[in-house]
Design a protein around this ligand. Structure first.
Ligand code: ADP
Ligand code: MG
Length: 379
């Protein structure tokens, strides 16, 4: 039976992964890059770093010779790359084989069957919509398209009529789904689905699954800054992977995270934005106002123990929710497995200048832990 987008339950993405206790390491701030010493080992070929363009961004795989698999790192990189490209092929807004392109071109009343992987991501996107009270909304496309996030200093503002019209074409509850047939349809014409805030994370999870299947314990998967840091950096002794923390304006490394077996995703206001009347607007749309986010938050980094999809969706959703509601969200989810082990690091722009950093996590008993500090001047 067809159902509206907000109904039904879908499996929790986290349950697919074994639960691992929280790292005791203090987690610092926003991750954007990682450091790997290139090295050699005779075990199964040499370390491989593979870089390629995908999903309108750059992907980077690092497969060490000591990955744990009997396959050579270059073979493993081929498999992981293919897994990431498959997600792009199915879920990009354009392209012959894309389910999303097809979905975005049908009229209401028409149903299309989608690939099981597309189905999974769409169901997750709807679940995040429901869990976040609508802050995460994969149907914001019509509004987003009215703005150009091209880093211009004097970006144009769309016409009020066009904005009001686009807002009427947003709302995940208007995406209809038929579970048995894995079919999707729209309750209204002119709608569109945009998986830009979740598909990159999912592609990272797919690549991690493929590598795990081949016996890999240690590797790094990075699709446009959404990461999976699998296992440890091989060495004697092995060490946690290190990932850099970027200052939202100065571009340099602010702090370093040391992580093992963690997914990390960041949404920042410094890559896709425009400035209008002196105010910066970023490419995340607040579905409540129907406008791009401005002021407030410079970046959100989410560390998750098992799912990069969850980290990716959460980084976008928490950007919309803001610090206080993010704390509430994490606290309220603490009884479910869902956000156990989640950590959110929010860098906010202070009205009086400078930035502050807030970190939310759960302690061993599932109680919310909040840390706050200032991180510098000159926004
Ligand atoms: P990035 O793509 O830089 O990693 P995000 O993961 O935060 O950043 O995704 C931002 C993209 O998500 C936007 O470009 C848009 O396509 C989509 N998007 C914007 N606002 C929302 C929202 N409120 N909910 C879900 N997706 C959104
Ligand atoms: Mg995201």
């Amino acid at each position: 039976m067809p159902e509206p987008g907000n109904g039904g339950t879908v499996p929790d993405p986290v349950q697919r992964f074994p639960f691992r206790p929280l790292l005791l390491l203090p987690i610092l701030a926003m991750a954007i890059g990682y450091f790997v010493a290139s090295g050699r080992s005779g075990r199964s070929g040499e370390d491989v770093t593979r870089e390629f363009e995908v999903m309108r961004t750059r992907a980077r795989l690092f497969i060490p010779a000591g990955s744990g698999s009997s396959l050579a790192p270059s073979e493993l990189a081929d498999l992981a790359e293919a897994a990431i490209r498959e997600i792009d092929r199915l879920m990009s807004p354009v392209g012959e084989d894309s389910d999303i392109r097809r979905l975005n071109s049908i009229s209401s009343g028409v149903w299309i069957e989608v690939h099981p992987l597309t189905w999974r991501v769409v169901m997750e996107a709807l679940r995040w919509h429901r869990l976040t009270g609508g802050a995460f909304d994969p149907t914001i496309g019509p509004v987003k398209r009215l703005f150009k996030f091209d880093r211009s200093e004097d970006g144009a503002w769309p016409d009020a009529g066009a904005l009001a019209d686009a807002k009427k074409r947003v709302g995940a509850q208007k995406l209809l789904f038929d579970r048995e047939g894995m079919r999707l349809s729209w309750a209204q014409n002119g709608m569109s689905l945009d998986l830009g805030a979740i598909a990159k994370g999912f592609s990272v999870d797919r690549a991690a699954d493929v590598l795990r299947d081949k016996g890999v314990r240690n590797a790094i998967i990075d699709v446009g800054g959404e990461l999976f840091l699998m296992g440890m950096k091989p060495g004697d002794p092995p060490s946690a992977w290190r990932t850099g923390i970027r200052h939202p304006r100065e571009g340099d490394i602010l702090e370093t995270l040391e992580l093992s077996d963690r997914a990390v995703a960041t949404s920042g206001d410094y890559e896709n934005y425009f400035i209008h009347n002196g105010e910066r607007h970023e490419h995340i749309i607040d579905p409540r106002s129907g406008l791009p986010l401005s002021k407030g938050i410079a970046s959100v980094t989410v560390v998750h123990p098992g799912s990069c999809l969850a980290a990716d969706a959460a980084a976008t959703a928490f950007s919309v929710l803001g610090p206080e509601q993010t704390g509430e969200f994490i606290k309220n989810q603490s009884l479910g497995l869902f956000s156990r082990g989640i950590q959110a690091i929010i860098v906010s722009i202070e009205p009086a200048g400078g930035f502050s950093r807030r970190e939310y996590s759960l302690d061993d008993k599932g109680a919310l832990r909040t840390e706050e500090s200032r991180i510098g001047e000159n926004p």
